[in-house]
Ligand binder design. Sequence first.
Ligand code: SAH
Length: 196
Amino acid sequence: DGIGSQMDRVMTEEQWLQKWETGNTGFHKEQGHPLLRKYLDVLLNGRSGLRIFFPLCGKAVEMKWLADMGHDVVGVEVSEKALKEFFAEHGLPYCKEPVPEISGAKKFQCTSGNISLYCCSIYDLSSSVVGKFDGVWDRGALVAVNPCDRQRYVSLMITLMEKNSSYLLVTVSYDPSKHKGPPFYVPESEIKSLFG
Ligand code: SAH
């Protein structure tokens, strides 16, 4: 019934890893997202050489776009398979190293240095590890977070933003009684109260 039906739903990390293992990744957009093309100017706001964050990045091709424009891209993703596919599909050599501050985490960095992808849960990150960002591309991230974790997720994102950063958020609008999610339906009023 309505939005209430999604509020208790939980996708475990294991279930996300399983999606990557079985190729059940219909959310991945081979051609990149048209809304990033459309609103690129809003994200960049005339600035160059930005640090851009991709929460719950999957193997989003937009990371390559922004790196090619000269920005530094940082992503976080629980699936190692997703990250390996990202580098392989773009023919990018990378190295992989442990992250001393986060037990079990690995950092995949392309050899040219401007794409660093953390393989761990986003909840393990903090600005002391990844620094702060000038821009955020949130597509398939807030809407993929478990509804019970939204406030925690947004509070963390706010701590990762520089003062003048821009945040592009893509959500999906549909009747939440018809689909269990993810992607979850996050109403505009909730977005406003989450981000303040
Ligand atoms: N933003 C990407 C992927 C969206 S799907 C895109 O636009 O294509 C959501 C992704 O988040 C999945 O790849 C999943 O493995 C990852 N994920 C889920 N929970 C996570 C968490 N707590 N920390 C990091 N990644 C997570």
